[in-house]
Design a protein around this ligand. Sequence first.
Ligand SMILES: Cc1ncc(COP(=O)(O)O)c(C=O)c1O
Length: 357
Amino acid sequence: MLKESFFYRRETYDEIPEFKATNEKYDLSLMELPYQTNLHLEKENEKIKLSDINRYPNIDCNIIKNKLCEHHEIDYDNNILLGNGLLEIIQTILLSFSTDKTTIIIPSPSFFMFTRLSKICRTNVYKIPLDINLNIDVLKFIDAAKKNPNPIIIIDNPNNPTGVLFKTEDLKIIASHCKCPIIIDEAYINYSKNNSTSLELITNFDNVIILRSFSKIGFAGLRFGYLISNRDMVSYINKFSLQYSLSDIKLKLALEIIDKNKINKEHIKNIKKYRDEIINKLSNVENVFVSNSQANFVFFRGDKNNIAKFNHELIKHRIKVSIFPHNYSEITNNSIRFSLGNKKINNIIYSLILKSF
Ligand SMILES: Cc1ncc(COP(=O)(O)O)c(C=O)c1O
C-alpha cells in the first residue's frame, strides 16, 4: 500500500493493473514467434564495435530508415521514426498529442496497452465495440471523432485479441472523414493474407501513421519498432521523443536483420499454416465460435464451463494463454486467445480442446 503523500498520482497507480511476467513452461499469451533466429554477431565482432561504448549512439539512423523504406517500397523522406518497440512509440505518440482534453478512440476489444498507456499519458479513452462480425463500426468512429475534443484514433489491424483484419477501405473512409491523427498498429500484419498493409494510405492522408514491430516476427527480445507517416508528422512526434533512446548495439542488430534478410518468411508461413489448421478444426467443434484470425494467434469463444475446463487442463500442462477480465469487453467474455507454438504444443492444445469441449 502506498501511503506517502508524494505519490501524487496514487489514483492512477491504483487504477493500473499490476503487470506480472510469469514463467510458465509454455507461454502462449505474448504472441511471440516460437522459433529462434541466430544473428551470428559474436563471430563478426567488428560489427558490434564495443570500443566506442563510451560515446552516445552515433550510428547513422538514416541508413536503417532508408533500408526500411526500401523494404516497404516507399520513398524515404524523413518519414520514419524508430523506437524501442511499439509500446515506446505509442507512448511517445500519446505524449505528443495529449492535452487536458485529448481522447483516444479505440476499438473494443483492442490491445490492452492502448488503455494502459492512455492512463499513464493522461488522455481519455473512448471505446467503440466491434460489430457482430468483429469488424470496426466506421460510422461510430467518425461520429466519435467529431464529438470528442482533440481525438486520436488508434486501431490495431489485425486486431488483438480477435485477429480480425479490417479492410483498408474502411480505414480510408475514417482517415478521410476525421481530421485527427489515425494510428494503424500493424504489429501482426505479416500474418495476414497477402500482407494486407494499409501503408498506401500515407500517400494520400497526412493524418495516417502506420506502426510496425519486429516483435512478432522473431525479435521480441530486441525491442525494436518504427512508425511510418509523412515528414511533418514525424518531425512533430520526434520532438516529443527521447533522444538517444536506442542503443548503438540495438541499431546494429536491427541493421543486420534488415540487411541480411533475417526475417524468416518460412517461419511465418509455418505459423500461418498451423493457425489455419487449428481454426479449421475448431470451427467444427460444437458450441465454439472461432474468429478468422489473420495474426499469429487463435481467438475463440465457448461455453463458460468448457472454457474453464480447458483452462484448467492448460494449467495442468503448464501452458499459459490469455483469458480476459470480465469487464474487458463483451466479445472477450468466455473466450481464449493463444499464440501458435511449435507443432508439438499446437497438437497438445488441440487435444486439450477436444477433451474440454
Ligand atoms: C497490437 C499490438 N501492438 C503492439 C504490441 C507491442 O509491440 P512491441 O513489442 O513492438 O512493443 C503488441 C504486443 O502484444 C500488440 O498486440
